[in-house]
Design a protein around this ligand. Structure first.
Ligand SMILES: [Zn+2]
Length: 175
């Protein structure tokens, strides 16, 4: 990545920032609205892969929405869900919720780390997919960690911060 930061305005209340984070200069993507949410490249890639399925599910709200997926996992306990009000049947009123879940007393619940996007914000954001891939070329061939050789055995996945974010530290000593 040969730039420090790039910002795209998605709407009057939402921007996307691409920036190099930390000592390793790994690019990350941050959505800045009322809340802020930073996505790793792997999670962004998964979001763009799932975007058609997410949009299809939202468009299907008007019709028979039975049979559409309603939850997508981006890895690392980040999930995409769709909120819709029962009174409002237009797909334009649907809200895309991208949120990390957390484990409290053995129960998995939604955390405060997340962002809500309107239907049109989500559409606009996903239109930037190819522009983002031009800025971060490694995205094009990025394969999710769970397709990697080290994940063939269960121990590899247990040691992975992406796949086992709460307990991977406990497994590192088995390496
Ligand atoms: Zn993994």
């Amino acid at each position: 990545m040969d730039f420090e930061e790039a910002t795209f305005n998605i709407s009057s209340s939402l921007a996307m920032k691409i920036h190099s984070d930390g000592d390793y200069c790994v690019p990350t993507i941050t959505l800045c609205g009322l809340q802020k949410l930073t996505l790793s490249l792997q999670k962004w890639k998964q979001l763009t892969k799932d975007s058609n399925s997410i949009l299809l599910a939202i468009d299907g709200i008007n019709e028979e929405s039975f049979g559409y997926e309603s939850e997508w996992c981006l890895g690392g306990n980040f999930y995409v869900t769709i909120h819709r009000s029962i009174q409002e049947t237009s797909h334009l009123s649907a809200i895309v919720d991208i949120r990390k879940r957390t484990k409290i007393h053995g129960k998995i619940i939604d955390s405060d780390e997340g962002i809500l996007l309107t239907y049109s914000e989500f559409r606009q954001l996903m239109k930037l997919t190819s522009i983002v891939e031009k800025l971060i070329p490694e995205l094009v061939n990025l394969r999710p960690c769970w397709e990697g050789d080290d994940h063939y055995n269960q121990l590899g996945a247990l040691m992975c911060p992406e796949c086992n974010p709460y307990e991977y530290m406990n497994w590192l000593e088995y390496r």
